[in-house]
Design a binder for this molecule. Structure first.
Ligand SMILES: [Fe+2]
Ligand SMILES: [Fe+2]
Length: 439
C-alpha cells in the first residue's frame, strides 16, 4: 500500500511542479512593487521642481507607471500566488525612501531616472531574457510595451536632467540597489561599504511649506473683485454684460492655475504608503488630469496674446493645504473645490460657446467630464483615506469640520505669498479686456 502523503509534502511537490510559473510570478511581483513605489515617490519631485513642462511630464510618467503596475498585477493574479497584500516589501521600499531624501531636486530627479527607473528598464529586459517566450507570452507582450515606455521616459526626461552632475548621489543609490541584487534580486549582490549610512531612518521626509514655480511670478490668489488687482474677477464671470472673449481668457487663467491641484495632490501619495493600489491608481489619474487641465491654459493663453511671464501663479491653496492631513487635503479638493465648481463652470461654458471656438468648447467639455469623475473618486476614496488615518466619524461630519479648519488656517497661510509683480506689470482683468480686443 502506498503511504499517504502529508499535506506539506503535497504542497512542496505542487510548488516544484509549478516552479517555472512561480519564478515568473516572483519577478512580476517585484516589478509591481517597484512601479507602485515609483508612483508613491516620483510624485514628491513634482512640487519640488519649478519647470512647468517638467511638472506636466512627471504627472504623465506617474500615470504610465500606475498603468504598468495595474497590468502587471492583473497578469500576476492570473498566475496565482501574486499575493493579496499590495504593499511593497521593506527591501524595495528603503531604496525609494533613500532616493527622495536629496537636497537638490534636479540632482535627485537625475538619480531617480538613472538608477531607480534605469534599473527598472534593465529588470524588464532581464525578465524577457529569463522567461519562456511562448509559455509566458502574455507577460512578454506587456513587458515589451513597458520597455518602450521606459525608453521613452528616459529620452523625455533627458533635457531636464542634463545639467545634473552629482555623481556621488547617483553612485550611492546604485550601490544601495546593487547590494540587494537589483530590483529582481537576480544580479550578483555587491557588498555595500562599511561606511554606507542610510539617510532615511534618521531623516523624516517633509513636504516643503510652499511649492516651486521656478522663474514664474507668484502671488497668493488670482481670484478677486478688483480688475486692477486680479486677473479673474468673480462678479465679471457671472455678469451677462461681460464680453465672452474676456470670459474665455479668464477660464484659461483659471485652468492654468489648476497647477496648484497638481502640486498639492502630489503630496498625498507618499503619506499613504499602505493604501490599496487602486486608490493610488485613481489618484495618479486624477493628478494627470489636473496637469492636462493646467496645460489647457498654459498652451492656449500665449495664442491669445498673453505673456506668461506676467501671469502670477497662485500658491495659497498649496500653502494652506500642506498644513492639513492627507484626508483633509483630499476632502477639500474633491468635496469642496471640485464639487463646488460645476455651477460657475457650466455658466462659463455657455458663454464661451457664443464664440464658436470649437477648441475652447472641447477643452471645457473634457475638463467637465474629468471633474465629474474626480468627485466620484472622492466619494469612493475619502472614506478609505480616513480609515488609513484612523478617523472614525461620518464622512459628512468630517468634511464639515475640515471646511471650518481650512477657513481658520486660511487666515494665516492664505495670504503669505506676496505679489512678485507690481499692479502695473502683472496680468489683471483690465489687461485681459485689452487683450480680448474689447472696446
Ligand atoms: Fe481640473
Ligand atoms: Fe479635478
Amino acid at each position: 500500500m502506498p503511504q499517504a502523503t502529508s499535506s506539506s509534502q503535497a504542497d512542496s511537490r505542487g510548488s516544484r511542479r509549478m516552479a517555472a510559473v512561480g519564478s515568473a510570478v516572483k519577478g512580476l511581483r517585484a516589478l509591481f512593487e517597484v512601479e507602485r513605489e515609483i508612483v508613491r515617490c516620483l510624485t514628491t519631485f513634482i512640487y519640488r521642481v519649478g519647470d512647468i513642462e517638467l511638472k506636466y511630464l512627471l504627472c504623465q510618467h506617474v500615470w504610465e507607471s500606475a498603468g504598468h503596475a495595474r497590468f502587471i498585477r492583473e497578469r500576476g493574479n492570473e498566475l496565482g500566488s501574486f499575493g493579496k497584500n499590495e504593499a511593497a516589501r521593506e527591501e524595495i521600499r528603503r531604496i525609494f525612501e533613500e532616493s527622495i531624501r536629496v537636497d537638490d531636486e534636479i540632482e535627485g530627479l537625475a538619480a531617480f531616472y538613472r538608477v531607480v527607473k534605469g534599473e527598472l528598464l534593465y529588470a524588464y529586459r532581464k525578465y524577457l531574457d529569463i522567461t519562456h517566450s511562448l509559455a509566458d507570452w502574455p507577460s512578454r507582450k506587456l513587458v515589451e510595451e513597458f520597455i518602450q515606455d521606459e525608453e521613452r521616459h528616459q529620452a523625455e526626461i533627458q533635457p531636464y536632467i542634463d545639467s545634473a552632475e552629482d555623481a556621488a548621489w547617483v553612485q550611492r543609490l546604485r550601490l544601495a540597489l546593487s547590494s540587494q541584487g537589483g530590483w529582481l534580486g537576480v544580479l550578483p549582490k555587491t557588498e555595500s561599504p562599511d561606511d554606507f549610512n542610510w539617510r532615511w531612518p534618521d531623516l523624516p521626509y517633509r513636504h516643503p511649506d510652499t511649492c516651486n514655480r521656478g522663474d514664474y511670478p507668484v502671488c497668493s490668489s488670482v481670484f478677486g473683485y478688483d480688475p486692477d488687482e486680479f486677473p479673474i474677477c468673480r462678479d465679471w464671470l457671472e455678469d451677462p454684460k461681460t464680453d465672452a472673449r474676456i470670459i474665455r481668457l479668464m477660464i484659461y487663467v483659471w485652468l492654468m492655475m489648476e497647477l496648484d491641484a497638481v502640486d498639492y495632490l502630489s503630496t498625498v501619495f507618499y503619506e499613504t504608503p499602505d493604501a490599496p493600489f487602486d486608490l493610488h491608481y485613481d489618484l495618479a489619474r486624477h493628478l494627470w488630469d489636473e496637469s492636462r487641465h493646467s496645460a489647457f491654459g498654459f498652451r492656449q493663453l500665449p495664442k491669445l496674446g498673453v505673456d506668461l511671464t506676467t501671469l502670477e501663479h497662485s500658491l495659497s491653496l498649496y500653502n494652506v493645504l500642506i498644513q492639513m492631513t492627507p484626508p483633509e487635503r483630499y476632502a477639500m479638493m474633491t468635496m469642496e473645490f471640485e464639487a463646488g465648481s460645476f455651477g460657475t463652470k457650466a455658466h462659463i461654458m455657455d458663454r464661451v460657446r457664443e464664440l464658436s471656438d470649437f477648441e475652447a468648447d472641447t477643452l471645457l467639455a473634457f475638463d467637465r467630464n474629468d471633474e465629474q469623475q474626480h468627485v466620484r473618486y472622492g466619494h469612493r476614496w475619502l472614506p478609505v483615506i480616513m480609515e488609513l488615518f484612523e478617523i472614525d466619524k461620518p464622512v459628512d461630519a468630517f468634511v464639515e469640520e475640515t471646511r471650518k479648519r481650512f477657513q481658520e488656517l486660511e487666515k494665516t497661510y492664505g495670504k503669505i505669498t506676496p505679489h512678485s509683480l507690481s499692479k502695473e506689470k502683472r496680468l489683471t482683468a483690465k489687461k485681459l479686456v485689452q487683450l480680448a480686443g474689447v472696446e
